[in-house]
Design a protein around this ligand. Sequence first.
Ligand SMILES: Cc1ncc(COP(=O)(O)O)c(C=O)c1O
Length: 359
Amino acid sequence: MTKALPHVENMSPYALADMTAPAGMRLVSLSQNESLRGPSPKAVAAAAACLIKGGNYPEPDWFDLRHALADLHGIPAQGILCGSGSLDLIACVARAYAGPDRTVLTSAHAYPFFRTAAQMANARLDIAPETDCCVDVDALLAGVQADTALVFVANPGNPTGTRIPKSELLRLRAGLRDDILLVIDEAYGEFSDHMDAPCWDMVEANCIVLRTLSKAYSMAGFRVGWGLFPDVIAGQVRKVMNPNNLTSASQAAAVAAVLDQTYMRETCTMTSGIRQQAILSLRSIGFEVRDSVTNFVLILFADEDTASQADAALSAQGVFLRRQQGAGLPHALRMTIGPEPDTQKAIDHLERWKREAQT
Ligand SMILES: Cc1ncc(COP(=O)(O)O)c(C=O)c1O
């Protein structure tokens, strides 16, 4: 049998969420950082209305979507690229800018797909430590090597849920060599937009800012990610992208969702309300939980075994959180903030597990 390229043979498949609920039990999935509610009804209607155009290829240049995003954020439409999820864009950036002699640098508990993207590009991945589950700019700067080409920072971070201020990102950009490309992944940015100035102006330097409609816009199934790129970099990344990557329905839905800011902001408010209550409840039961500015929380256990037992106890009840070995946190579980009853159900089962584990 033909062998794949050695770096592909050596890769492990990306760890997907396990979500097989025991027979007869309703699945409660709090494992994929999906939104606690569905997309804006306006987005659904827009997608439905364009299904009739399904016989034609989609708009390859995402014209309407780029302009809706540009108008909303006050940024240039020509610097925007759209991907089949921001995952797609992360992989394309790595494909264009990383390789055997062009290393990728990220932080210890970064989004695990950064590792996958580096592996797909056959690039070495260097890891800088974090401080208290938070990106540490000094550690990243100290981790830069002669062959570092690309630095990925998710801000806020997944699975940590923490964020660093824009001033720290500016310090990072200023401390990196000019030939190193900095990618700031703001997949959860909408949940903390009110906390800081936007990073769009950083794109003027050697920097990309990525966002997605999967989280605050509740559109994970439509697969719409986007980013603001310096023009020259956008031109290079475009060459390695699937030229027809976003379906017509996804583009139409995305435009409608972007125009429906009221719905998205309401989702953020609902999410942060349930999240803060969940953090309080979990702490009062005795769990160690990180502060979070996202739609998930990170629960830290004494060790890997304990995290695994809690995870198994919840899965047996059809409630799925997510282990975090891939992010260097084998003693943690990440819990997505779902609708209030589902989130409460997970907390109740965690409380029961803790009580039983202690007796
Ligand atoms: C930090 C981060 N970046 C990117 C993504 C990818 O999102 P999508 O491909 O759905 O846009 C995720 C998804 O969980 C994420 O957590």
